[in-house]
Ligand binder design. Structure first.
Ligand SMILES: C[S@@+](CC[C@H](N)C(=O)[O-])C[C@H]1O[C@@H](n2cnc3c(N)ncnc32)[C@H](O)[C@@H]1O
Length: 206
């Protein structure tokens, strides 16, 4: 699993490497996923957004250009530097989301909390715990939209793994709809899951 230094090294090449592999695991459907989130937000009036693991800001910079107020958490300084070049007025906090929500955000409320291809570094229980905490940061009509490598069933994950054994990352813990939805429900969080590509899906909480 990459730590923040690993992501620092990837940062300058990140946009190009994703473009090259956007039709194969782990990035199959990458742009469809980003478009799904973008289109869910773009026509809404209130747009104060928190992006968790924003990376180079491929998604949030589009929303920023449309006038959204952008906040973000990421533990890679190099990713933050690139995102800051694209979004000078964005408020970016260097923080490890394994440690929870940074104190700077404790009193903020967001219309959208988004995250793409980041929270596979948390196991199922930690994901549930983290999403429950994020929910406290939503404004009254706020929504969480989390996209990642994800599958409807354990069987779908195994099928994808068998086709991509040479690239499969054993350290990453992917969302599985049949596991995460009931776990969230037990924590009083209602969520909906949509499969977007062979290996990517979107979880929505409101
Ligand atoms: C694969 S990139 C995804 C970037 C972007 N969201 C996208 O969709 O292209 C994962 C990002 O999450 C950040 N990240 C990974 N683990 C993290 C953690 N524990 N705390 C904070 N940021 C983390 C990395 O630094 C990186 O910028």
């Amino acid at each position: 699993m990459l730590d923040n230094k690993g992501f620092d090294l990837w940062a300058r090449e990140y946009d190009k490497s994703v473009e090259k592999s956007s039709n194969e695991y782990p990035f199959d459907g990458y742009y469809d996923v980003l478009n799904y989130i973008y289109n869910s937000i773009i026509n809404k009036e209130s747009k104060k957004i928190l992006d968790v693991g924003f990376g180079t800001g491929l998604l949030t910079s589009k929303l920023y250009e449309d006038g959204a107020k952008i906040f973000g958490i990421d533990f890679s300084q190099a990713m933050i530097d690139i995102a800051k070049e694209k979004m000078p007025d964005g408020l970016f906090i260097q923080s490890d989301f394994n440690l929870g929500i940074p104190s700077e955000l404790a009193h903020e409320k967001f219309d959208y909390i988004i995250s793409s291809y980041a929270i596979h570094h948390l196991n199922n229980d930690k994901k549930v715990e983290f999403i429950s905490k994020l929910k406290d940061l939503l404004s009254e009509d706020g929504k969480i939209i989390i996209a990642d490598v994800a599958f409807k069933t354990e069987g779908n994950l195994i099928e994808c793994k068998s086709k991509n054994l040479n690239k499969w990352d054993e350290d990453e813990i992917y969302m599985i709809e049949e596991k995460i939805i009931p776990s969230l429900y037990k924590n009083n969080v209602n969520a909906k899951y949509t499969q977007i590509s062979s290996c990517a899906g979107v979880l929505e909480v409101d």
